[in-house]
Write a protein that binds this ligand. Sequence first.
Ligand SMILES: NC(=O)c1ccc[n+]([C@@H]2O[C@H](COP(=O)([O-])OP(=O)(O)OC[C@H]3O[C@@H](n4cnc5c(N)ncnc54)[C@H](OP(=O)(O)O)[C@@H]3O)[C@@H](O)[C@H]2O)c1
Length: 262
Amino acid sequence: MRNEVKIGFVGFGNMARAMAKGLLEMDVCQGNQIFACAGHYDQLQKNAELLGVQAVRTAAEVVEKSDYVILAVKPNMIEPVVEPIVDLLQKKVVISVAAGFDFERYEKILKTGTHHISTVPNTPISVGEGIMVCEDRHSLSPMELEDFVRIFSNVALVEMVKPEQLSIAGTLSGCSPAFTAMYLEALADAGVKHGLTRDAAYRMAAKMICGTGKLYLENENHPGVMKDAVCSPGGTTIRGVASLEKDGFRGAVIGAIDAIEG
Ligand SMILES: NC(=O)c1ccc[n+]([C@@H]2O[C@H](COP(=O)([O-])OP(=O)(O)OC[C@H]3O[C@@H](n4cnc5c(N)ncnc54)[C@H](OP(=O)(O)O)[C@@H]3O)[C@@H](O)[C@H]2O)c1
């Protein structure tokens, strides 16, 4: 499924490249439909060439060439980067991925009437399995929102949340890949301890995490029901469950989110 839409990235760092890679890999658009600018043009050209997208010299050029403009610079660079292109942005759909920049904040930076939405994507978007948390307070028209959801649903679960939920939703989807990678590593360590090769242990643990998530999304069974389904009475799995409970597994996970959210 290809769209004729033109997508521009102002800033082409880790997050922008992850999004561009996902859009290309999932065949949502082609490299000649994606434009990007960055702080350092030489490095940008190399990054753009690797993905087959179009490097341009200025943010103004990105905006002029694009229908959707994704603001993907570090949060401290949003205001200085937006200021010179604020008039041009008024005619486009502006998508922010910058942490901490919600609708309210953009209303003070962008010109009145600019169509914009604040989002928090996560890095699995690069393989078409991301999450794009979106603030449900935005100024896109119904048709623009429909198109936005249609395009990005190809690479991510597009989850609309209330403004006050943006932070926790971004933490849950954006920080948990680190926790999940730790879980993956720990499972593989255990596998290696008991004789599996490292490669096989990582592959199996990773597929188990993907598969368990997919099973939930397809059936929406309560996670407790999913757990019970693999715990036979007096069996081995329930011993592992009891051991995790003893070691405070759930409390540790909730504590990790608390540590971020405060
Ligand atoms: N990484 C994540 O997991 C993640 C998750 C959710 C949201 N985000 C958000 O995504 C945004 C980008 O984060 P990141 O991790 O991708 O950062 P990053 O890798 O440091 O990328 C920042 C990009 O901005 C460019 N830039 C700097 N000054 C510029 C200017 N004046 N004009 C145009 N481009 C300029 C940089 O170019 P040079 O390198 O050439 O200077 C670079 O391409 C942040 O606002 C962050 O909150 C990131």
